[in-house]
Design a protein around this ligand. Sequence first.
Ligand code: SF4
Ligand code: SF4
Length: 94
Amino acid sequence: MSQTISDKLFTIRFKCDKVSHLTIKDRDVCIRCTTKDCNFFCPADVYEWDKKQKLTTVAFENCIECGTCRIACPSDNIEWVYPKGGYGMSFKMG
Ligand code: SF4
Ligand code: SF4
């Protein structure tokens, strides 16, 4: 039986810091962004445009550290650093 992405993500463990390792640099840039690419390229659904508050929410606790958002935001508006030592993701298997 083939595994879904959700099945595979279930094999990852997270230890969350209280402070986000992902930062939106400039909220106004997101307001002007017409494509909201971050809502689509992140495999862990970390970014979501909140229409009401007019900001990009960042669920950094779900980040699997793939690094895509370092290069994929068309306006280079996401600051990405590795989580502090001892925090972040680890694999249950392999
Ligand atoms: S983070 Fe980048 S892709 Fe996402 S809404 Fe802001 S400017 Fe657009
Ligand atoms: S590093 Fe990957 S998983 Fe983490 S927020 Fe960026 S795109 Fe999503």
